[in-house]
Design a protein around this ligand. Sequence first.
Ligand SMILES: [Zn+2]
Length: 198
Amino acid sequence: MYEVQVLFEGYCRPTEGGMLTNCTCTLVKGPKNIVVDTMTPWDRMKLLNAIEQHGLVCEEIDYVISTHGHSDHVGNNNLFLNATHLVGRCVSHKQMYYDDSTFFNSDGVYEIDKNIQVVSTPGHTLADVSVIVQTIKASIGIVGDLFEHEDDIMDESIWLNAGSENPLSQKKYRKAILEQVDYIIPGHGPMFSTKKYK
Ligand SMILES: [Zn+2]
């Protein structure tokens, strides 16, 4: 079965001269090892150390998944040279670049195995994906910026102001994922339970 470890909790706060921000970076350990969202290039050493602290080396990562292509979510993808790489719906391995319909079915789902699905959740960007993991205890959605953090459920301006290429679509998929999973790991905040929002 799978185990989900948040390696680094994302954040986003206004500061003098701009936004101080980094994404949530998550490790899924199990029959397949997966890193979701790899922060910025300046986080290289701390990500390497965190992978090692969890008893793995980069070569043992089977998939690296960036929920979308923004630069704070893809910075260390090149640490994982044995992995299949997904950036949103773009799938590649070494020099092979695949048509997304090779993997994603007509419902926008790429089933890695029966406990892990990569689901198309367009909105923040049109190619956004979320990773849904079934663990022994619960289902967990690692959703990137579909949700910035828990507070954006009550205050829509948070996710809208973070940029949305299609707010109507984002709204639809936010609702669907909230209903589907027990916990959400958002793009820029701590994991939260969806129980009180159902
Ligand atoms: Zn982000």
